[in-house]
Design a protein around this ligand. Structure first.
Ligand code: GDP
Length: 533
């Protein structure tokens, strides 16, 4: 499992190419170092020449600043992109998740398409609000997590304190893989417990060992009080913490922890190694009537994201599809289970940031972008086989509910199209009131409203504004008793709307009214999430 000696690289199973995929995301609180780490990982894998430059798979080069400019032109960095790159005989698919908390829905859906996550924690800050939120999302699906405690080159909390805090707040067991020797100005390298060696901050090997005690024979180390403290705390950590166990990690219950510095490139190679060697292969995808095994011969995949305006030169919409099984080939016909329609996938794309190239073949774990004009929506399942629906890609009950006001009434058709398109993209949810048929939008964060009005104006030429209609709560309603549901809808007509799939939604002025309705109508279920299909 050495990185420095190719001859020792693990023998990868090549009979089933999907087993060579590692599809993952990096989750963190803003400023913990996700962007810096992403660049370092890409540089360490040779996918970019140096941190700061992004090179497309097809050989085009663009600088990081171009990429950032594109993000800015789009208004704000709200959308996730995919970076596919090779490392040590593997294909790694890194799905970027937007950092802003208003876009947690988009992030949530992106996390449904990964098999593992790297959780970046700032050593000086510990667990922060957004880390916790994203972690909870990973936990819902038992996604295995590698913990990277960043910024050891700066003063921060002591390793044992950080481990305690993470175990406590996340109820997640940790096991050390890399242990820091000092922090901040004292930072003097790290102990690699897998390769059993001590390295300096530049990654040069200082000593090797069989047992940690062997290091007590290394004079240069025992004379160093910082090293001795590190060794002592490491021994305490080992006594306290479980050892590494692959099945427990894969089940999402144990997280290997590495200390490092994204900025200085410390521990980045080891992070890649951990992901490559221990990271899970594509996992079975929860679906109905049955989960989809990556080894299934028929191609199946699902849309976890739709994005317009990826590139000013390609004014199209890209549906990002995570493949769950089979061997996908360009030109293949796949059925959209929601609409029942077949489509020929003639221009599937692989992405690297904003660069793209034609995808001739892909397997489970891969992400392909399919250009389309509105036939594909978030949550859609595509298959070559029998009908199956991928589950676990919900809409969340919106927290902000607004009526859309159109200033130019000649443009109501364009507005309808804009809102429908953008709801298929997952930018907003749209509802029509049962009485009056007003267009209502529901979002989870204020920023989404701003992006929505900016895009409707810019891309569809329709100026819109929003006004409050006195509703703060939306709940999908269901019942096993169809007559009771009809009675409820009739009684609440003024408070009812339909979502884009014509599912009934109850709107309430506030939480108190929502609760009251729940008590008055015990046979009705009030749902905060609804599967998208
Ligand atoms: P993001 O918001 O999580 O993407 O964080 P960035 O990668 O943009 O980093 C936020 C800030 O932390 C930037 O100023 C980085 O230079 C800095 N930073 C990132 N990693 C490290 C590190 O390992 N050590 C130090 N000292 N600073 C870092």
């Amino acid at each position: 499992m050495s990185l420095s000696n190719a001859a020792e690289a693990p023998v990868r199973p090549v009979s089933e190419p999907f087993r060579l995929r590692r599809t993952f995301a990096i989750i963190s609180h803003p400023d913990a170092g996700k962007t810096t780490l992403t660049e370092r990982l890409l540089a360490a894998a040779g996918a970019i020449q140096s941190a700061g430059a992004v090179r497309g798979k097809a050989g085009q080069r663009s600088t990081r600043s171009d990429w950032m400019e594109m993000e800015q032109q789009r208004g704000i960095s709200i959308t996730s992109s995919v970076m596919t790159f090779d490392y040590d005989g593997l294909t790694l698919n890194l799905l970027d998740t937007p950092g802003h908390s208003d876009f947690s829905e988009d992030t949530y859906r992106t996390l449904t398409a990964v098999d593992a996550a790297i959780m970046v924690i700032d050593a000086a800050k510990g667990i922060e609000a957004q880390t916790l939120k994203l972690f909870e999302v990973c936990r819902l699906r038992d996604i295995p997590i590698i913990t990277f405690i960043n910024k050891v080159d700066r003063e921060g909390h002591a390793p044992l304190e950080l481990i305690d805090e993470i175990q406590d707040k996340l109820a997640l067991d940790l096991t050390p893989v890399l242990w820091p020797i000092g922090q901040g100005v004292d930072f003097g390298g790290y102990i690699d417990l897998v390769e059993k060696r001590v390295l300096n901050p530049q990654g040069k090997i200082i000593a090797e060992f069989e047992q940690l005690e062997d290091l007590l024979d290394v004079e240069a180390l025992v004379d160093n009080p910082v090293f001795m403290t590190a060794l002592e705390t490491l021994e305490m950590a080992q006594a306290m913490l479980p050892g590494f166990d692959l099945p427990t990690f894969h089940a999402g219950h144990l997280s290997p922890v590495l200390f490092g510095s994204a900025l200085k490139g410390v521990s980045v190679a080891e992070l890649l190694r951990t992901l490559g060697d221990w990271g899970p292969e594509p996992r079975p995808q929860p679906a109905l009537p049955a989960p989809i095994a990556p080894s299934d011969k028929k191609v199946t995949g699902f849309v976890f994201k739709v994005q317009a305006n990826m590139d000013a030169n390609h004014r199209d919409r890209i549906a990002f599809v995570r493949l769950c099984s089979g061997k996908f080939e360009r030109g293949m016909r796949l059925k959209n289970v929601r609409s029942g329609k077949d489509m020929a996938v003639s221009n599937p794309m692989f992405f690297f940031g904003n660069n793209r190239e034609l995808a001739e073949e892909a397997v489970a774990g891969d992400i392909v972008g399919i250009p389309n004009h509105g036939t594909l929506s978030v949550g859609d399942t595509l298959t070559e086989g029998a009908n199956v629906n991928v589950t676990g890609i919900p809409n969340f009950a919106p927290e902000i509910i607004r009526r859309v006001r159109l200033t130019d009434h000649m443009k109501s058709k364009q507005m309808a199209k804009a809102l429908t398109d953008l709801s298929e993209e997952g930018v907003t949810q749209v509802f029509r009131r049962m009485v009056g048929a007003d267009w209502i939008v529901g979002v989870v964060g204020q920023l989404q409203l701003e992006v929505l009005s900016a895009r409707v104006a810019k891309e569809y030429g329709v100026p819109i504004s929003f006004e409050s209609i006195g509703f703060e709560v939306a709940r999908w309603v269901e019942s096993d008793d169809a007559d009771e549901l009809k009675r409820f809808i009739a009684a609440q007509k003024m408070n009812m709307a339909e979502d884009r799939n014509e599912a009934p939604v109850f709107l309430a002025q506030n939480a108190w009214w929502a609760d009251r309705a729940k008590q008055d109508w015990p046979k009705i279920r009030f749902l905060t999430t609804k599967e998208r299909h």
